[in-house]
Design a protein. Structure first.
Length: 146
């Protein structure tokens, strides 16, 4: 069953966050996405922008920046509107497979645990390509600030 693109908490209170709540952000990675990301970050590694260099290697073509996938994770997080929260960061970020230009990445963001004492929400984040292959994973921690 597909997960919703957005979740809006009816109350915006920590007490109403439910383990298992999930949202998905989907984006097809284009050449312009990769080049714009390179320009914004200054990461002009040949892995991302030099077709001839990558054609000769194991991947056979350019690949997207792993950090671009962290941006997709952030986009998924932003679609889960739990209340006034801030991200405390992403732990155990792993890029487990290459993302090629034209791949469609579905980023699933799922609440997996709650810390009532510190008012924190822990979520598992998984990026999968159009073939269902996992390409990146992470854990996100959000804190309520009200």
């Amino acid at each position: 069953m597909p997960t919703p693109e957005y979740f809006q908490s009816p109350t915006g209170r920590f007490e109403d966050v439910t383990i298992g709540t999930t949202v998905t952000f989907t984006k097809t990675v284009s050449e312009s996405d990769v080049y714009l990301f390179a320009g914004i970050t200054g990461d002009f590694s040949p892995n991302h922008i030099d077709h001839e260099y990558m054609r000769q290697g194991a991947y056979g073509e350019r690949v997207a920046h792993g950090a671009l996938l962290v941006g997709f994770m952030s986009a998924a997080s932003a679609r889960m509107r739990l209340g006034r929260t801030v991200s405390l960061g992403y732990d155990r970020v792993r890029f487990v497979a290459a993302v090629r230009f034209g791949d469609t990445i579905a980023t699933e963001y799922t609440v997996v645990s709650l810390d009532p004492e510190r008012r924190r929400v822990h979520a598992e984040v998984t990026c999968r390509n159009q073939r269902g292959e996992t390409v990146a994973v992470a854990t996100n921690i959000r804190a309520f600030v009200d």
